[in-house]
Write a protein that binds this ligand. Structure first.
Ligand code: TPP
Ligand code: MG
Length: 351
């Protein structure tokens, strides 16, 4: 078959899109500051965990920060948020005081869940953060339920439900997607796709590696998003939230990201190479924001150092706050527990 040789005149000039144009100084500085706070909070968390200052599981979000801040900048303060156990970043991005989060890690009564939740169960009703959840995928139907309540009450709020690439393999996702599309529930499903569920890559789990396609059988609007770019995350979240507020129902976002650290603190990371990790670290969203700020001369070197010093102070003070806070009293173990007073069985537990 004859092939037509491309002439130089056939080549169209490549159109470069300035992704930064829509967002000004204020947004970039906020993204930079918030992502740095999340990163430093978690780096400190990792150190403290190794020092056995607190126990339980501990899953770090380091590398994935652009998703949390891009979502926070695009949502309304009254919208609802829910995620899995990798939950340190979401409340920080929404404005929760890191002191109460550090106290929660330490199991102290001043913690956001009164010291009874720990790393996987952060919760802040005041910021509409409806929790970290330890059961993989459990937040998917619950998040749709939260969004249904908003629709039922006519609030125009939407719910953002974050999940991992491994969580999409839970059957409850399909039941939820079906009902969410049928009833046009205002919920945005965010896959924080870091390519691994513990040590198992997406490629080893499925023959459909484009996870956005999972929405197709429900005709759910879906797309792949660059999760290392707060701009792209913001735009995708904004578009999805507008659709949901209009009454046009849910969206599925397959947001591609990477966790620089292991699945949890006890992960030898034999399933991936150092080169792979380094390739992703080169796309670091914090470095990117600082780059945009510096190139636009929005902040002086001194002002950047002031932000770094503020972040360090916030993290140090949160540790101090946690270490000086009391543990919950023994009787508190029976409080904040749901009991049905007229439950007809095992009455002795209710006595
Ligand atoms: C129902 C259930 N099955 C298994 C587990 C054990 N588990 C904890 S995390 C995890 C991997 C989930 O990976 P992914 O959804 O990609 O989230 P990521 O850790 O990458 O954020 C598994 C299997 C669990 N917590 N809940
Ligand atoms: Mg994952």
């Amino acid at each position: 078959m004859a092939t037509k040789e491309a002439k130089a005149s056939d080549k169209k000039p490549i159109k470069t899109v300035d992704k930064t144009a829509k967002f000004g100084k204020e947004t970039y500085v906020k993204w930079y500051r918030d992502m740095l706070l999340i990163r430093k909070f978690e780096e400190k968390t990792g150190q403290l965990y190794i020092q056995q200052k607190f126990g339980g599981f501990c899953h770090l979000y380091i590398g994935q920060e652009a998703i949390a801040v891009g979502t926070a900048s695009a949502c309304r303060p009254t919208d609802k948020h829910m995620t899995a156990y990798r939950d340190h970043a979401h409340p920080i991005a929404l404005g929760t005081d890191p002191r109460v989060l550090m106290a929660e890690l330490y199991g102290r009564s001043t913690g956001c869940s009164k010291g009874k939740g720990g790393s996987m169960h952060f919760f802040d009703k005041s910021k509409n953060f409806m929790g970290g959840h330890g059961i993989v995928g459990a937040q998917i139907p619950m998040g749709a339920g939260v969004a249904f309540a908003e629709m039922y009450n006519g609030t125009e709020n939407v719910a953002f439900v974050s999940m991992g690439d491994g969580a999409v393999r839970q059957g409850a996702l399909h039941e939820t997607f079906n009902m969410a599309m049928l009833w046009k529930i205002p919920v945005i499903f965010i896959i924080e796709n870091n390519n691994y569920a513990m040590g198992t890559s997406v490629e080893r789990t499925t023959n459909v590696t484009d996870l956005s396609k999972i929405g197709l059988s429900y005709e759910m609007p879906s797309k792949i998003v660059n999760g290392m770019s707060p701009e792209d995350v913001h735009n995708a979240i904004e578009e999805a939230a507008n659709r949901a507020r209009r009454g046009d129902g849910p969206t599925l976002l397959d947001i591609r990201t990477y966790r620089y650290k292991g699945h949890s603190m006890s992960d030898p990371q034999k399933y991936r190479s150092k080169e792979e990790v380094n390739q992703w670290m080169e796309k670091d969203p914090i470095e990117h924001c600082l780059d945009v700020i510096t190139k636009n001369k929005w902040l002086s070197k001194k002002e950047v150092e002031e932000i770094e010093a503020w972040v360090k102070k916030e993290v140090d003070e949160s540790v101090e706050f946690a270490e000086n806070s009391p543990y919950p009293e023994a009787h508190e173990i029976y409080e904040d527990v749901y009991t049905q007073q007229d439950y007809p069985y095992i009455k002795e537990y209710l006595a």
